[in-house]
Write a protein that binds this ligand. Structure first.
Ligand code: S5P
Length: 283
């Protein structure tokens, strides 16, 4: 079998056993979008408005639900309604990193009840594979998916070498079927040749077309570098899309700012899809 990087999203969807990963691959194909927007805003209405603005262009919306100051359960109900209206999945970027028992409670309970509305979430493997089984106990019966943070985008990240390899090994041997991929900067599952064992998704943050980084260690690459050169599957873009809302100008004229958000959404969608077609040799 050939490298995952040469297979279409549609052919991968057809044989994907994890329900959330399958739904994501199908959505990518249907919308011709491998763009995930990361909506790191701190109030409910802005979060919903960004999702409504870029919804038509994305396959996935990534949240940091714990930064929303006026969080309530109505937010997740409205977000879920938007995911149905615009046909996208939801990924809560919780980065679980505790022992299995605690992570499972953090995932199912508290004010956020993440497992009840988020199709995909992620975890660090720092505590060992118990974090996977703890989360799987909650998420697997609900048809959810888990990404392991195998590599990070920030400068000086310790997610490298044998740590990254351990994430790949655990994902490949996961018997719960709950692990469906990675947050990573490269095709980490194919370092030693084509991955013929288990299809795993690679979602990649640190994507920007206009700047190379921020003042706190973030590092950006282009959609082409991420999808075509590095063989990743989904680009995750935050400030590159919603950034106009954060400027003084944007705060003064929200309508104009949202026009920019929409423009950036379609710009990144196009760039991500062109890079995918180029990877397949179709462009
Ligand atoms: O290694 C990582 C992993 C993640 S999930 N680097 C990241 O930047 N992220 C997340 O992606 C980060 O928490 C943020 O929500 C998003 C990137 O945002 P941007 O504004 O820099 O595009």
């Amino acid at each position: 079998m050939s490298s995952i990087t040469l297979q279409t999203y549609a052919s991968r969807a057809a044989k994907q056993p994890n329900a959330a990963a399958k739904a994501l691959l199908e959505c990518i194909e249907r919308k011709q979008s491998n763009l995930c927007v990361s909506v790191d805003v701190t109030n409910k209405q802005d979060l919903l408005d960004v999702c409504d603005a870029v919804g038509p262009d994305v396959c996935l919306v990534k949240t940091h639900i714990d930064i929303v100051e006026d969080f309530d359960i109505d937010l997740v109900q409205q977000l879920t309604a938007l995911s149905q209206k615009h046909d996208f999945l939801i990924f809560e970027d919780r980065k679980f990193a505790d022992i299995g028992n605690t992570a499972s409670l953090q995932y199912s309970s508290g004010v956020h009840k993440i497992a009840s509305w988020s199709h995909i979430t992620n975890a660090h493997l720092v505590p060992g594979p118990g974090v996977i089984s703890g989360l799987a106990k909650v998420g697997q019966p609900l048809g959810r998916g888990l990404l392991l943070l195998a590599e990070m985008s920030s400068a000086g990240a310790l997610t490298k070498g044998s740590y990254t390899q351990a994430c790949v090994d655990e994902a490949k041997k996961d018997t719960t079927g709950f692990v469906c991929g990675f947050i990573a900067m490269s095709r980490v599952d194919e370092r030693e040749g084509p991955n013929t064992e288990r299809d795993l998704l690679i979602l990649t943050p640190g994507v920007g077309l206009d700047v190379k980084g921020d003042a706190m260690g973030q590092q950006y690459r282009t959609p082409d570098q991420v999808i075509r050169e590095s063989g990743c599957d989904v680009i995750i873009v935050g400030r590159g899309i919603y950034g106009a809302l954060m400027t003084e100008e944007g705060k003064a004229d929200k309508k104009a700012a949202f026009d920019k958000v929409r423009q950036q959404g379609s710009r990144y969608k196009k760039a991500g899809w062109e890079a995918y077609l180029a990877r397949l040799g179709q462009k």
